[in-house]
Design a binder for this molecule. Structure first.
Ligand code: 5RP
Length: 226
């Protein structure tokens, strides 16, 4: 665990040095959610005079950013977002991801869709050599649709489990779909998006990451790009 956290921090530090070159005083940075991003926020705080502020993907991130004195913006106020930095629960070589382990998938997906560049930061345990699906797929669901949506996933061979004692920042629930085979992530994401009651699914394939900064134990930092 200690090693994994060190790798998360290394990826976060690297992301900071990457964006230093593309960010100016008029830019706002999109900031994801999770423990890897927490390290990134620490880095951002020492650079805060060099950008305008941030748009946060969760209440948790909002709190952390304001504690570090970083100005918050509402996405509706912005006409463009230069870059979005976020972690992932699982990522493959095409830079499709499973996200939502922290339950912030909806806001994450909205911000990712509006950013010019999406940089994913992760430790090596997140990389999937084969198909995505090691990590249970989080799906945000309107509360009244939990049974209907669960049945849909059971019919597809998945095992949906309602995330215990958890309500999203948007007032919805999360179903974590275990044992779910994801063959074609783009098609699967479209199909899940079409289920009535689904707010967002944690597959980020239609808009995957543009870059992956992966911190590894034995081979240093690896870069992947689309
Ligand atoms: C939150 C997410 C996170 O990016 C994902 O869970 C990774 O978290 P961590 O950096 O703590 O491993 O999608 O909704």
């Amino acid at each position: 665990m200690k090693k994994q956290n060190e790798l998360k921090k290394i990826a976060a530090i690297e992301a900071m040095s990457c964006i230093k070159n593309i960010i100016s005083k008029k830019n706002i940075i999109g900031v994801g959610t999770g423990s890897t991003v927490d390290y990134f926020i620490e880095e951002l705080s020492s650079f805060k005079e060099n950008f305008l502020g941030a748009v946060a993907s969760s209440k948790r991130t909002e709190l952390l950013l304001s504690r570090h004195g970083i100005k918050l913006f509402d996405l509706n106020e912005l006409t463009e977002l230069e870059v979005y930095i976020d972690g992932a629960d699982e990522v493959d070589y095409s830079l499709s991801m499973i996200k939502g382990g922290g339950g912030a998938l909806t806001r994450e997906k909205i911000i990712a869709s509006s950013a010019k560049e999406f940089i994913c930061i992760a430790d090596e345990s997140k990389l999937s050599e084969n198909n995505l699906g090691k990590f249970p797929l989080p799906v945000e669901v309107i509360p009244m649709a939990i049974s209907v949506v669960s049945r849909y996933f059971r019919d597809l061979g998945g095992n949906p489990i309602l995330r215990k004692d958890f309500v999203t920042d948007n007032g919805n629930y999360i179903l974590d779909i275990h044992n779910f085979k994801i063959g074609n992530p783009v098609e699967m994401e479209k199909d899940i998006n079409n289920i009535p009651g689904v707010v967002t699914c944690g597959l980020f394939a239609i808009r995957g990451a543009d870059k992956l900064i992966l911190a590894t134990l034995n081979n240093g930092i690896k870069y992947f790009a689309k």
